[in-house]
Design a protein around this ligand. Sequence first.
Ligand SMILES: *Cc1c(COP(=O)(O)O)cnc(C)c1O
Length: 395
Amino acid sequence: MRTGRGPARPRLVGVSTSAEISGVRLPLRPGLEGLEPYGAPQLDVPVRLNVNENPHPPSDAVVADIADAVAKAARGLNRYPDRDFDELRAELAEYLRVESGVTVAGKQIWAANGSNEVMLHLLLAYGGPGRVVLSFPPTYSMYPEYARDTLTEWVTGRREEDFTLDAGHAVAQIAEHRPSVILLASPNNPTGTALSLETVDAICVAARDGGPAGPDGEPTAAVVVVDEAYGEFRREGTPSALTLLERHPHLAVARTMSKAFGMAGLRLGYLAGDPRIVNHLRVVRLPYHLSAVTQAAALAALRHRGELMTQVASLRAERDALVAWLRERGLRVADSDANFVLTGVFPDRHQVWNGLLERGVLVREVGPDGWLRVSVGTPQEMDAFKAALEEVAGK
Ligand SMILES: *Cc1c(COP(=O)(O)O)cnc(C)c1O
């Protein structure tokens, strides 16, 4: 019991200033020292073309519906949310059916706070010490971080000069490394390149018994993850890997509401795959990982899918016009099935990046040396980008 007079003096301060406190060494895991958190600079400039967001904010009707749904959910916030989010999984399955023509059941859908979390769940379930995850750079820079965080070995093959993936090379890499997970972004970030269905199919066939040995010493499959974060932007005639799900139970196709759907702030990503994969992911997720607010807002947004999808057509047209404009100026542009383009080759890309920024246009310095990635914005934003690039690069 406390003795003495007056209230106790608070002993802990929020900021550790004294030598006694700052001298304490925290047991950071080896390998994490000096690392910076992932993320593009979030700079407040007029034209932001650096993180592949949909440039159109939700309409008043969408905003009103989300606000209503969240208000209803708020009345039940004393309770934990629906742990298995069955209603949301059914609606995501319906969205995929309309978007790609492939029928999947709600029990084939998994969702989390962004497809980044979905893919982390995949690595938690199928990666781990002594296991390998295989991918093909230049690709999404978060992939090696999932590997690092789950103590999975990160192994890379290569892409060709035009950023496509050679199926024979990929199959040889599988035989050599026996990965438990293969991460394939299609359309790929930062290049925009989509994989052909033949390539994905060949990889799935090789992966069928291309994974690590199981407890009985017999080979298991490698789980093939096709990350279709930009799937809705694919060009006419580029089918989704969803069409291969029926053939390959070790295939998982990841999608997100962050890009085409224009809901990056919502944090809702999902995958479609075999129910056995979904059940494995349910083991490693945190309890109640999808909040009631997220579920309500996502369901409300999905009810407006028709309206949101019409924007995709105009963004695609804007993308194709941007590719043509850049090529007319003698720049190289990787073929893009996404809502961004990778263009170069600039002798000093940082100087171009900086010159654009000085003119209020933020793009992304990412990918192989000399290349810059530009997200497709509104027509006005594209005009601003073109004017700035002409000044900076004389293009
Ligand atoms: C943007 C992006 C995602 C989506 O991330 P969310 O966590 O769903 O916002 C996934 N994969 C790639 C390759 C991306 O570029």
